[in-house]
Design a protein around this ligand. Structure first.
Ligand code: 2AM
Length: 481
């Protein structure tokens, strides 16, 4: 092919390769390069055969093959590889050209790289890409941030390859998120919410199986029904499917070791929530739940020593039915809290970094293509479109009504879990968040008194302004000997 290509892509692991095929399938020609060049040849002679691809064996060749303004997307391992490639690309590119990082990058790296690449006269985009291998090929959710001037250059291709939603399937799940690291931050919050959703579903599963004694077939039916209502989502759908997969007479899910892996984006969100001083308790509970699952040998030893409640419960068919509905309500209410926390963290991060985020758009980006895609996100988009400054999702009438409707069931489920000795860290932290957030007065008055007592940290009062300190030792009642 003698004509220059529309798009360049470096890094042909599964995500990169599928994304390149997606771009080409929308009518664009693509130049590709991979460090291990056999992968280039494999692609060109395999899945890309007969398509508008140019296989390159060096970065120079890739850049030479691109039309201006040149767009080079990196789909390589996040970290030093991205910096190294940026260094190699800078001398080869011209002002107005765009370097795009589509990896699972920490937003702080994207903040730094945007400034650095801009100083060199080029444009930089750090984009979240969610949807796994299939999403990359057929339509991912894309969350781009970086150099504002790059957006009109990459927009047509990005929006062409992204997932589409809406009544006519024509609204792309890809919009400009904001400057510098904003896109990767939004992607991280997406992943953190994903951690919360997955943990909540796992806790619901545990209540259904270990709590109520439902069979895998029955759990399949429950999830199938849930997926027809307000919980309709990709994660409920795949969880349902999992309960139908057998190896001979046995269900595969029962054969899987209960040790959770993690790549770290949930941990990032949790760490950054602590730095910002916002209570993202669901993602944190979900990260810790994975951590505790990982110490399987210790749990096995402890299981032989530490006792749980002795009383067991039996349920009639009717009671089971009622509890299934209560668990559904508890899941929904907890999920609302989880998303409320995610958006509060986004708002705090936007303030700290001076990103003009559009929260309705964030909800739209997650509406399709990505792992947390769900019908429910339409309601979140509407809530933020109606009031872009919405302080907390729980305060929007739709969600207020929803949690009010489910709160008794939610409390009952947490009580039942506690009685049965079944851990529900995400259900219960969500409820504790709800109960803390809705209470005008918390016991922090005593906490402030304690701090002032031992460390003279001072306190403020409800009855008059100012900063106060008390000599507690002098004023206290002398304890009886
Ligand atoms: P490879 O096939 O040569 O290993 C995911 O690991 C992708 O990132 C792969 O395409 C891998 O290339 C690429 N990658 C990892 N480290 C890299 C580096 N330092 N430079 C270029 N590509 C790299």
């Amino acid at each position: 092919m003698s004509e220059k290509c529309d798009f360049g892509l470096i890094g042909l692991a599964v995500m990169g390769e599928n994304l390149a095929l997606n771009v080409e399938s929308r009518g664009y020609s693509v130049a590709v390069f991979n460090r291990t060049t056999e992968k280039v040849d494999d692609l060109i002679n395999g899945r890309a055969a007969g398509k508008k691809f140019v296989g390159c064996h060096s970065i120079e060749e890739l850049v030479d093959n691109l039309a201006s303004p040149k767009k080079v997307m990196l789909m390589v391992k996040a970290g030093p590889a991205v910096d190294a490639l940026i260094e190699q690309l800078i001398p080869l590119l011209s002002p107005g050209d765009v370097i795009i990082d589509g990896g699972n990058t920490h937003y702080a790296d994207t903040e730094r790289r945007t400034k650095y690449v801009e100083e060199k006269g080029l444009l930089f985009v750090g984009t979240g890409v969610s949807g796994g291998e299939e999403g990359a090929l057929k339509g991912p959710s894309m969350m781009p941030g970086g150099s504002e001037a790059a957006w009109p250059i990459v927009k047509p291709i990005f929006q062409a390859i992204a997932a589409k939603v809406g009544p006519n399937d024509d609204i792309p799940c890809c919009e400009w998120v904001g400057p510098r690291g904003a896109g990767h931050y939004v992607k991280m919050v997406h992943n953190g919410i994903e951690y919360g959703d997955m943990q909540l579903i796992c806790e619901a599963y545990q209540m259904l199986s270990a709590g109520l004694g439902l069979s895998n077939d029955e759990i399949y039916e429950v999830f199938d029904e849930w997926n027809r209502g307000e919980l309709q989502s990709y994660l409920i759908e795949i969880s349902r499917d999992i309960f139908s997969v057998k190896e001979g007479d046995d269900y595969l899910v029962d054969k899987i070791l209960d040790v959770a892996g993690a790549k770290g984006t949930g941990k990032w969100m949790s760490q950054l929530a602590l730095d910002l001083g916002v209570p993202s308790t669901l993602v944190t509970a979900a990260v810790y739940a994975r951590t505790l699952s990982a110490v399987k040998e210790a749990r096995t030893r402890a299981s032989k020593v530490l006792e749980g409640p002795t009383a067991s419960k039996t349920f009639s068919a009717d009671e089971r039915k009622q509890w299934v509905e209560k668990i559904r309500e508890a899941l929904y209410a907890s999920k609302i809290c989880s998303y409320a926390q995610g958006f509060v963290q986004l708002q705090a991060a936007a303030k700290e970094h001076d990103w003009p985020l559009n929260y309705g758009d964030c909800a739209l980006l997650w509406r399709g293509g990505c792992i947390i895609r769900a019908k429910f996100l339409d309601r979140i988009k509407e809530a933020f479109d109606e009031n872009p400054q919405l302080e907390n999702l729980l305060l929007h009438p739709f969600f207020t009504t929803a949690v009010h409707g489910g709160q008794q069931a939610w409390r009952d489920v947490v009580v039942l879990a506690t009685e049965l000795g079944l851990p529900v860290p995400a259900f219960s932290t969500a409820l504790a968040y709800y109960d803390s957030y809705r209470r005008e007065r918390l016991p922090a008055n005593l906490l402030q008194a304690q701090r002032d007592y031992f460390g003279a940290h001072t306190y403020q009062r409800v009855d008059k302004p100012g900063t106060f300190h008390t000599e507690w030792l002098e004023l206290r009642r002398t304890p009886a000997e």
